[in-house]
Design a protein around this ligand. Structure first.
Ligand SMILES: [Zn+2]
Length: 118
């Protein structure tokens, strides 16, 4: 019987990869820094976070093929305990909820070095 998951499967689903240890807002460089429990660190530019907002209004604009919003700096970070972060931007946008798994995926994408296709 081969129903038991092997070590590789367990590592891929490591819950520590989406468990934040520290969240730091580096305003001078315009980056949100998240240190994860698995030892990784994500550097998330404020402007990218604004453009990748997943609130209903932004998702709808994206589906309609509208251009992404102008990049904006973070003005406030509201922790939502287990869910993730509610980020407030300098342009007044405050609807975006960013789950930890989404922030980790964005961070990995940024670290991957511009592999993004438009
Ligand atoms: Zn939004």
């Amino acid at each position: 019987m081969s129903a038991a998951p092997g070590p590789a499967a367990v590592a891929a689903a490591d819950p520590r990869a989406v468990l934040p240890r520290a969240v730091t807002d580096r305003r001078p460089s315009g980056e949100l820094v998240i240190d994860w429990e698995d030892g990784a660190r994500s550097l998330l530019p404020h402007g990218l976070l604004r453009q990748r907002c997943r609130c209903a209004a932004c998702e709808q604009a994206r589906r309609r093929g509208l251009p992404p919003p102008e990049p904006a700096a973070l003005s406030e970070i509201r922790a939502l305990a287990v869910q993730g972060l509610n980020l407030v931007f300098a342009d007044g946008h405050e609807r975006g909820i960013y789950p930890w798994a989404y922030l980790r995926a964005l961070g990995d994408e940024v670290a991957g070095g511009g592999g993004e296709s438009a």
